[in-house]
Design a protein around this ligand. Structure first.
Ligand SMILES: Cc1cc2nc3c(=O)[nH]c(=O)nc-3n(C[C@H](O)[C@H](O)[C@H](O)COP(=O)(O)OP(=O)(O)OC[C@H]3O[C@@H](n4cnc5c(N)ncnc54)[C@H](O)[C@@H]3O)c2cc1C
Ligand code: FES
Ligand code: FES
Length: 478
């Protein structure tokens, strides 16, 4: 067994003493790097943000900001981490730190190291430029996408000086060591086995080994980006005897566009999918900015969103509307399951314990009219009360095909099949939409909870179809 270690601010640091449940934040702070703070321990505040070197669009590295409170330190074995302390110091501040200081972007300072790391990741984004506005996010004159900070909260400064600092940063100097690091490949994932206090964290080298281990350990907890698992560990004190990390398995990290389908690796992060697809699937492009924050999307995977079987995940309604299938794989074979048949009950699916989600397959061609409506209490970084995704084929004013995915209105995500039937082969008109909106309002079995009442959820369903119609036509239905 090779000793596990992380390169932290350029220093080789042994993982000795870390358990499979020690998160990176506690590990760093335990070694005196107390810049990164614990605010919430559940991915909501960004006080714990740090930088990691990851593969970008090419084999070269990029600096990516992640929530250190959610990621097990063991998951960073062989990787490179940079904290606010590693970026600069009081006498030689990093350009991002200098702008935050001179523009009054820090008061009590609790959130500041986290903001600095998120800002530094955006500072070093290779495709950031004054022309880089892609229609999403809010870009400054320097091409800085303010949504890079969507996962960072500040209680006392007020966001204007922080935004001013973000919009004032320039471009890295020629001798900037972090910019130079991007010209080299990112660290290879290394196979890891960490045993401590009776618990084991394993990162297998390839898919075959992962599936063999999964068969030997049907009790294993599979983890990818750990944005769900980290919350379970921190807030609900969950512990697993055997943790199996699949996030760096090359077989789960491909993205292929074929003539009749697109195959998206289950372990690609949402940020990676967003950048690699570059708007090729408009419904996914609409989903990504509404899914959590940039910090979370830098780790969260589609495999994780579907793996939990949650009825309020945002990907399932979108993937249902896109008619997605899942490729499930075990040690012997693969099988393809329609996402519509995948969920069997509350947090239950057809996936067996010895199977992994290998990829998500989207059939082509895509329906031309699509929309994703996420109804939540906040515009960004919130969990859906209701989520509705539409994919319609309208030809000569007649709806030829309708696919509607729903989340938050039943024990599982589901297709609105009765509404789809009420739309199919009918004119895309105010009358059709109004009748179908009433059918949609009765789909599922919405419940009252702290996010929304059952009545509100049902009302939002019907309203969602009316909104789509209003946005795509002149006429507004009654
Ligand atoms: C602050 C915050 C905000 C969030 N906001 C949103 C949001 O807006 N919308 C939303 O939908 N979710 C949201 N989430 C939930 C979470 O980010 C997503 O569910 C994410 O997609 C999980 O992916 P992951 O890779 O981090 O999963 P992990 O935590 O690593 O794993 C989750 C589960 O999936 C299983 N799993 C992972 N990969 C595979 C695989 N390849 N095969 C089989 N099983 C697998 C694991 O066994 C595990 O049980 C949020 C979470 C946080 C902390
Ligand atoms: S401590 Fe709040 S996001 Fe990590
Ligand atoms: S400066 Fe106090 S929380 Fe941001």
């Amino acid at each position: 067994m090779v000793a596990a270690h992380i390169t932290i601010n350029g220093v080789d640091t042994s993982l000795a003493g870390a358990t499979p449940h020690t998160n990176l934040l506690d590990f760093l702070r335990g070694r005196g790097l107390t810049g990164a703070k614990e605010g919430c321990a559940e991915g909501e505040c960004g006080a714990c943000s740090v930088l990691v070197a990851r593969p970008g669009l090419t084999e070269l590295s990029e600096w990516v900001a992640v929530n250190a409170c959610l990621i097990p330190a063991a998951a960073l074995d062989g990787q490179e981490v940079v904290t606010a302390e590693g970026l600069g110091s009081a006498t030689a501040p990093h350009p991002v730190q200098r702008e935050m200081a001179v523009r009054g972007g820090s008061q009590c300072g609790y959130c500041t190291p986290g903001f600095i790391c998120s800002m530094a990741a955006e500072y070093y984004r290779p495709d950031r430029s004054t022309e880089s506005c892609d229609g999403h996010g809010e870009h400054g004159p320097n091409g800085f996408d303010l949504h890079a900070l969507s996962g960072n909260l500040c209680r006392c400064t007020g966001y204007r000086p922080i935004r001013d600092a973000a919009y004032a940063v320039g471009t890295p100097a020629d001798d900037d060591p972090f910019a130079h690091r991007r010209t080299e490949p990112s660290p290879e994932p290394v196979p890891t086995v960490l045993r401590e206090e009776g618990n084991t964290f394993v990162r297998p080298a390839n898919l075959g080994e992962a599936l063999r281990l999964l068969r030997e350990h049907p009790e294993a907890t599979v983890v990818a980006g750990c944005t769900d698992w980290g919350v379970e560990v921190n807030i609900r004190a969950r512990r697993a005897e055997y943790v199996l990390a699949v996030d760096r398995l090359p077989e789960l990290r491909g993205l292929r566009v074929e003539s009749d389908h697109i195959d998206i690796g289950a372990a690609l992060t949402l940020t990676e999918i967003e950048r690699r697809l570059a708007g090729r699937v408009p419904l996914l492009a609409e989903l990504f900015p509404q899914f959590a924050s940039r910090l979370i999307r830098n780790s969260a995977t589609l495999g994780g969103n579907l793996g939990t079987g949650s009825p309020i995940g945002d990907a399932p309604p979108v993937l249902l509307a896109l008619d997605a299938t899942l490729v499930l794989v075990d040690a012997d074979a693969e099988r393809e399951v329609a996402l519509a048949d995948y969920f069997t009950g509350y947090r239950q699916t057809v996936r067996r314990p010895d199977e992994l989600i290998r990829s998500i397959r989207l059939p082509l061609p895509l329906s031309p009219l699509t929309a994703f409506h996420k109804i939540a209490k906040r515009r960004f970084d919130d969990i859906s009360s209701v989520a509705v995704a539409f994919a319609l084929d309208i030809d000569d004013g007649v709806i030829r095909k309708a696919r509607i995915g729903l989340g938050g209105v039943a024990a599982t995500p589901l297709r609105a099949e009765e509404t789809e039937a009420a739309l199919t082969d009918r004119p895309w008109s105010a009358e059709t939409v109004d009748a179908a909106a009433r059918v949609l309002g009765a789909e599922g079995t919405p419940q009252d909870d702290h996010r929304a009442s059952a009545g509100y959820r049902a009302a939002m369903l019907g309203q969602s179809l009316r909104k789509l119609f209003a946005e795509t036509t002149e006429a507004v239905p009654s």
